[in-house]
Design a protein around this ligand. Structure first.
Ligand code: PRT
Ligand code: ZN
Length: 291
């Protein structure tokens, strides 16, 4: 039985591709809990929230029915369930594409080439909608798993399945033909959350933390010393979130510059800063950014 102890509940995938990142996100929000996938509930010690571990396919229904107040699930599942539950935030992990693939040696190139074919999938509703939009008449073969085997077993001529690295498709002698849907994990909320004052407030608190942690992802905090005359040059090099913080130093010819930079431009920026006269460069990780 599901407990209704009055605490908020967030549903996450019990065991699968979204589990680790969902837990990491909640921990990055400062939530303290021990996650055991054997138990349905993991209570947070420092937040009025229980983590509910279930199959990803059940998350939209649990949240829609208010059994869970919040949920973390892939957009692909929401679309397939024709869910109307509001998405509060895209979470930037679990990225994948729902794609139509065909045998490598086939001659199919365009979406219209799918006319008259049998397409195997575990996403019949999403595929039906896609084919309707593109005015393609194909037969949808509903499968429950191992979709990639369907063409070699002659159960289907093409497949519509989730692709991430593309290895599965390649290993089964298939190639992708088109994208049906781009997906990532999202935070959803039960419509009832907004009607309950306490839950609404707790959701807003959590959302601020989630956004702060997403903002900080891929960013570093940079500190350096620079001669005053090099300051303008250094400011021009720094692609900061906002203008950098300039701190005076005991040596009045020098200043300290603090800024936030993106991880992927880090080394390029570093070399330019050194060449411009920066010294004592320190780069530290950022846990959260609250705007
Ligand atoms: O038990 P439960 O029902 O909870 O889990 P599940 O087995 O249904 O889901 P799971 O854990 O496989 O995926 C959970 C969610 O992760 C999906 O709903 C997507 O939102 C997202 N996701 C991200 C993926 C993938 N990447 C992915 N690669 N879901 C599935 N795959 C599968 C795909 O179906 C195919 O079999 O991985 C294979 C392709 O991967 P590549 O890397 O070889 O292209
Ligand atoms: Zn599932």
């Amino acid at each position: 039985m599901l407990s209704s102890n009055g605490r908020m509940k967030i549903a996450i995938q019990r065991s699968g591709r979204l589990t680790e990142d969902s837990i990491a996100l909640l921990r990055a929000c400062g939530l303290e809990f021990e996650f055991q996938k054997q138990s349905l509930y993991s209570p947070c010690k420092n937040f009025d929230l229980d983590i509910l571990a279930i199959r990803d396919d059940d998350i939209p229904e649990y949240v829609r029915d208010g059994v869970a107040d919040l949920g973390i699930v892939g957009e692909n599942i929401l679309r397939e369930r024709k869910s109307k539950i509001p998405v509060l935030e895209k979470l930037g992990f679990g990225s994948c594409k729902l794609m139509i693939s065909v045998p490598q040696r086939s001659s199919y190139k365009a979406i219209t080439d799918l006319n008259g074919l049998r397409i195997g999938t575990t996403y019949p509703h999403t595929l039906k909608e896609f084919l309707r939009q593109h005015k393609v008449k194909a037969e949808i073969i509903k499968l429950s798993g191992s979709v990639e085997l369907a063409p070699s077993l002659d159960v289907a001529d093409a497949i519509c399945d989730i692709v991430s690295t593309g290895t599965t498709i390649k290993m089964n002698g298939l190639r992708t033909l088109c994208t049906v849907l781009e997906s990532q994990a999202v935070l959803i909320a039960s419509p009832d959350v907004h009607k309950d004052k306490k839950k609404k407030k707790e959701t807003e608190r959590l959302l601020i933390r989630i956004r702060g942690s997403l903002q900080a992802r891929g960013k570093r905090y940079l500190m350096l010393n620079a001669p005053l005359e090099a300051l303008e040059k250094i400011k021009a090099i720094l692609p900061s979130l906002k203008s950098p913080t300039i701190v005076p130093l005991a040596d009045t010819n020098m200043v300290a510059v603090h800024s936030v930079i993106a991880e992927d431009v880090f080394w390029d920026v570093m070399e330019k800063l050194k060449a411009a006269g920066a010294s004592g460069i320190i780069v530290v990780p950022i846990e959260t950014i609250i705007q």
